[in-house]
Design a protein around this ligand. Structure first.
Ligand code: AMP
Ligand code: MG
Length: 522
């Protein structure tokens, strides 16, 4: 009988004994400042050996950005490297320590329970990037966990990270996905996998909390200096650099969350150990893009009280920043001549600016989404009221902006039909459209040009929940990576609409989207 061939990319069966890996310097040119400078914040640890590593995806574009030889890595030797089975000679892997508030409760010790840092490389643009594993086995920080990752969540992190990146949102990214040939036990048995993740760094608010919880002021100082040098070099040599750090992180996070909100992204698990000092989005666990607009949207099965609901993301980010300020307090007090009350007061003043900064960033994004080129006082109300008009009307968030761009093709109401069709009841939209129309017509921009500008910032294609699930299910259940590859390809060009791809633009039918839940499950 002829074996059944599945339309999927080739995977490699690897005979570990016959493949040699070169020295780390030849493959990655690691320069490991974290391990060198931050003693006490990690333990050297080795990845578990896996049974049968197969490279199911290599991110060629990212590999090239990092100055790696993508061709040489998209091979059995690459499968060995990205499974951790045979790392380049001289690679010293470490598990990073951190703490964190999880759903509001403090855990003094979390750390890399299923992750390892391989090292840092300087990319082609001169930026330092971490390369790390997720799913590489138990470490001293694993607590009750198995240290493993399942294939579905690994591919999910790959897809959503790439989608975010293409949308211009700061994010960690996936470099490679490897299946291990092993079974991971979750609610059911699942194929195991290892993700290789690239990040500006893996330092989290929880890293600072880990140090402060131990009362180790000397290490706290080293950590703050390290973060300033790596992520905020402009603060070096300035007065009160730790206050500067609090302010700068607050600004970066305000910008990041505003970008999430502008595309309808819901992170799902904004614990302080999942907030980076770099300002990148990290840890795509139970995240999802909102389909029907509602501020209270929650997808994560473990977020029972909606702590991390869509509209809660800005105040939660601010809450996390307050925890960061607490962790920094010994250093902030030093910068306030030893007066802790003064330090608290100054930190509070900085935290108090978050909301305004966030709103500015959010409104900047909304102006672009609504096609406004000038700033006017009532823009905030105009933007907010567009969202309010969607509420309760079953309107798809992403499509509403895209159809609004279509209406901008005409200076009058003649192109409004497709937009109106999205609304169960368009009475509120009826009241809003003339306000918007008056506002844009007061600007000297040709309708076609405005529509084009709006289409360049309002995606047609986002990782639709049902499409993501479909791609993961095909890979996990049938070893068929074609839907994953296709979805990834569609998400690479989110702004160019193609009729043939309409199935990727549509939200799931109501029957499928009702009660859609995501799971941490990595
Ligand atoms: P996360 O929910 O991915 O942000 O992870 C929170 C903490 O739980 C981190 O310290 C992880 O390393 C740890 N963790 C999550 N899953 C596992 C697992 N399967 N085995 C060991 N540790 C885990
Ligand atoms: Mg995490």
């Amino acid at each position: 009988m002829i074996p059944r061939l599945v339309a999927q990319r080739l995977v490699y069966h690897v005979d570990v004994t016959t493949i040699t890996t070169p020295a780390a310097a030849e493959v990655f040119a690691f320069d490991n400042t974290y391990a060198r400078d931050l003693d006490g914040l990690y333990v050297p640890w080795k990845a578990a050996q896996v049974h049968e590593p197969r490279l199911v995806k290599l991110n060629h574009a990212l590999a090239e950005e990092l100055g790696l030889d993508a061709q040489a890595l998209d091979t059995p030797a690459g499968a060995l490297i990205f499974s951790g089975n045979k790392l380049p000679e001289g690679t010293v892997t470490i598990a990073q320590a951190y703490a964190g508030h999880q759903f509001g409760g403090f855990s003094p010790q979390l750390g890399d329970g299923r992750a390892l840092l391989l090292g840092e490389v300087i990319d082609k643009q001169g930026k330092r990037r971490d390369i790390a594993f997720k799913g590489s086995g138990r470490t001293p920080f694993s607590r009750g966990g198995d240290g493993k990752a399942a294939l579905g969540p690994v591919l999910r992190e790959y897809l959503i990270g790439e989608a975010m990146h293409v949308l211009g949102i700061p994010t960690t990214r996936a470099l490679a996905a490897v299946t291990t040939g092993e079974v991971v036990r979750r609610e059911r048995n699942l194929p195991g996998a290892v993700l290789t993740r690239v990040a500006a760094s893996h330092i989290r608010v929880g890293t600072f909390q880990f140090v402060t919880a131990r009362g180790d002021d000397a290490t706290l100082r080293k950590l703050a200096d390290y973060v300033i040098e790596r992520h905020y070099p402009e603060l070096q040599g300035q007065a009160d650099p730790c206050f500067g750090l609090l302010r700068a992180l607050s600004e970066r996070q305000a910008e990041l969350i505003a970008r999430w909100m502008n595309v309808g992204f819901i992170h799902g698990v904004m614990n302080t150990d999942n907030m980076t000092l770099s300002g990148e989005t990290i840890d795509y666990g139970p995240c999802a893009f909102m389909d029907h607009y509602h501020p209270a949207t929650v997808f994560s099965s473990i977020d029972e009280h909606g702590r991390y609901a869509y509209a809660n993301q800005p105040p939660i980010a601010n809450w996390n920043l307050a925890r960061f300020a607490e962790a920094l307090l010994p250093l902030l007090t030093e910068e306030s001549s030893g007066d802790q009350d003064k330090a608290v007061e100054r930190a509070m003043a900085i935290l108090g600016t978050f909301q305004e900064r966030y709103e500015q960033c959010w409104l900047g994004g909304m102006r672009r989404k609504l096609g406004l080129t000038r700033e006017q006082d009532d823009d905030f109300a105009l933007a907010t009221d567009f969202l309010k008009a969607m509420e309760g009307q079953g309107v798809d968030f992403t499509q509403a902006f895209r159809r609004l761009a279509d209406t901008a093709e005409a200076a009058d109401a003649s192109r409004e039909g497709w937009l109106r069709k999205l609304y169960a009841n368009d009475a509120a939209l009826d009241a809003w459209l003339p306000r918007w129309r008056m506002r844009i017509n007061a600007e000297a921009v040709a309708p076609a040009q405005r529509a084009q500008a709006m289409r360049a910032v309002n995606p047609v294609y986002i990782p639709r929940n049902h499409r993501v699930e479909e791609a993961l299910a095909a890979a996990v259940n049938r070893g068929d990576y074609a839907p994953f590859e296709k979805l990834l390809a569609v998400l690479q060009r989110p702004f160019d609409e193609h009729m043939a791809l309409s199935a990727y633009a549509d939200p799931a039918p109501a029957s499928e989207s009702a009660g859609y839940q995501t799971f941490c499950g990595t």
